[in-house]
Design a protein around this ligand. Structure first.
Ligand SMILES: C[S@@+](CC[C@H](N)C(=O)[O-])C[C@H]1O[C@@H](n2cnc3c(N)ncnc32)[C@H](O)[C@@H]1O
Length: 77
């Protein structure tokens, strides 16, 4: 449900600010399959937007945040 909203927000942000580095924080990412799926969707949105604008690729930083019990080894595995 939020995918088009995130896509539109990214397009608006990129078209107005033209950032060289975009930082994304997932505050409550969980160690489940959604974690990197969200990262992948955001990267696709940015890639599509920048291709349409004929802009060179930008740097991306993703911050994954959750409670201390979250097992980040599961995410990276
Ligand atoms: C409903 S889950 C959503 C997980 C994931 N974002 C998703 O869409 O599948 C909420 C997540 O927020 C985390 N969370 C809850 N309170 C938090 C806090 N104070 N700081 C960081 N993460 C928190 C939980 O541990 C859980 O992983």
């Amino acid at each position: 449900m939020v995918k088009p909203i995130v896509g539109a927000s990214i397009a608006e942000l990129c078209c107005t600010l033209f950032p060289e580095c975009l930082k994304v924080a997932d505050l409550g990412c969980s160690p489940g399959p959604n974690t990197l799926l969200v990262v992948s969707d955001i990267m696709d949105s940015i890639h599509t937007t920048y291709q349409k604008l004929n802009r060179p690729p930008l740097s991306l930083q993703f911050f994954l945040n959750d409670l201390p019990e979250n097992d980040f080894n599961t995410v990276f595995r």
